[in-house]
Design a protein around this ligand. Structure first.
Ligand SMILES: [Mg+2]
Length: 367
């Protein structure tokens, strides 16, 4: 079997949260690049990448250039293809646009492998289980008023979510007391049994994270984790926060490639390792970081793209939960069913997904 063709396309997806019907910034949009790799025996593998922002056209070009180098290769020899693309890209790796482009191709290669072997990816990659917990994300944002976030949290609970994430580091005139009060009110709205996570998106300094984190603990909020509490690659600073708080610290979504995860984990910067499929370099590299985390007795969680990440978190023995962000759901058909706050994987081969043609027609841009 040989790769015979690559096609890519830019889509601009509205960055909407369909989970709790919270007010939207309707101008927010996220450009993505979708890719299709064909083989000479009629299999099509699909992949996706993003984070290109205003230079997404350049990201598409990088996907096309790297994809052209895969034509004629055996799609089952993924490591050989990755090595070829790394060499061909000169010094443009190991992070940045090279890795974003590589990820789209790697995902499509794994889709081909699953289809060629007639196995779903979650099983092919380890098959630790077929259903996995998921948490509602993107709904309880820091720009909502206190009343809005409390009401939205209640709606998520009513929808059946048993895990959900909110944000602190509030905009405008805030104080430690206001931050703690918001957490207390959200917890009050959902009761004691819902797992509640909180993302800081790197907005606190180390000493703020320790101060406010302790106050939230003292208020009895019981956070399931506190995420990206400070600059993502300040591994020593994160380790200080981690040592000072009983609350589990989560991080990793901004880390590119596999090697920085070694430094993050060795520094004891996080309790839960969040791996982003697109920034780490695709499915091949995601699995390596999951194994590294397992060796340190750490669980792993995913960042956005639940449609693909559901396979990975279910596959590995230390997969904890999948971030459920709805903004790409309308791109795919065949996504895992949401049942009782868990994602249930199908037995369809590969990713089990197909691009919805109506979504492509609606969101494509002229290129
Ligand atoms: Mg985050």
């Amino acid at each position: 079997m040989k790769i015979s063709r690559i096609r890519s396309q830019i889509l601009v997806m509205p960055q909407q949260d369909p989970l709790a019907d919270t007010p939207e910034d309707t101008s927010a949009a996220r450009p993505i690049v979708i890719v299709r790799l064909d083989t000479d025996d009629g299999i099509e593998g699909i992949g996706v990448t993003f984070y290109g922002g205003a230079i997404t056209a350049s990201l598409k070009r990088a996907v096309d250039d790297l994809g052209a180098l895969t034509v004629g290769e055996d799609p089952l020899r993924i490591e050989a293809i990755v090595a070829k693309l790394r060499t061909a890209a000169g010094g443009s790796g190991p992070a940045g646009m090279f890795t974003l482009a590589l990820s789209a191709i790697d995902i499509a290669l794994w889709d081909i492998r699953g289809k060629a072997l007639n196995q779903p990816l979650w099983k092919l990659l380890g098959g630790a289980r077929q259903r996995v917990p998921t948490y509602a994300s993107g709904a309880l944002r820091r720009n909502l008023s206190l009343d809005e976030v409390v009401a939205a949290a209640g709606r998520l609970k009513d929808k059946g979510f048993r895990e959900m994430k909110t944000q602190l580091a509030l905009p405008g005139d805030t104080s430690p007391a206001k931050e703690v009060e918001r957490m207390r009110r959200v917890r009050e709205a959902i009761g004691p049994d819902i797992k509640l996570m909180c993302d800081i998106n790197q907005r606190w300094r180390v000493e703020q994270a320790i101060d406010i984190g302790k106050r939230v603990e003292d208020a009895g909020v019981g956070l399931f984790w506190l995420e990206d509490v400070t600059t993502h690659d300040d591994y020593a600073g994160l380790a200080r926060v981690n040592a000072a708080l009983a609350t589990p610290i989560c991080g990793g979504e901004l880390v590119y490639g596999i090697v920085p995860f070694r430094h993050m984990i060795e520094a004891r910067s996080v309790d839960y390792v969040m791996i982003d499929l697109i920034r780490v370099g695709g499915i091949t590299q995601w699995m390596k970081v999951a194994g590294m985390a397992e060796a340190f007795n750490l669980p792993v969680v995913s960042h956005v793209v639940p449609e693909i990440h559901a396979h990975l978190v279910t596959a590995v023995p230390n997969g904890l939960t999948v971030e459920y962000m709805g903004w790409m759901l309308r791109l795919f058909e065949g996504t895992a069913a949401l049942e009782n706050s868990e994602l249930v994987l199908s037995d369809r081969p590969g990713l089990g997904l197909a691009f919805r043609e109506d979504a492509i027609n609606r969101f494509k841009v002229a290129s």
